[in-house]
Design a protein around this ligand. Structure first.
Ligand code: ZN
Length: 66
């Protein structure tokens, strides 16, 4: 859905890093270097970014289920 605000394991704020991370990847930066630039060094936080699938725009096309 949407990127979680905090890392599930350590609680570090990660939501604000998701878009800059994607922008760095589009510029051709390696994932490892992008994480270094953005100051995300723990694996638990990195897996939150890497494992995220942004589905919110696809799901908003459908009406609510009730
Ligand atoms: Zn973490």
């Amino acid at each position: 859905m949407i990127i979680p605000i905090r890392c599930f394991s350590c609680g570090k704020l990660i939501a604000h890093i998701y878009k800059p991370y994607l922008e760095l990847l589009e510029k051709g930066e390696r994932s490892e270097d992008a994480f270094k630039q953005l100051g995300l060094e723990r694996f638990c936080c990195q897996r939150m970014i890497v494992g995220h699938v942004d589905l919110i725009d696809d799901l908003l096309k459908f009406s609510r289920l009730q």
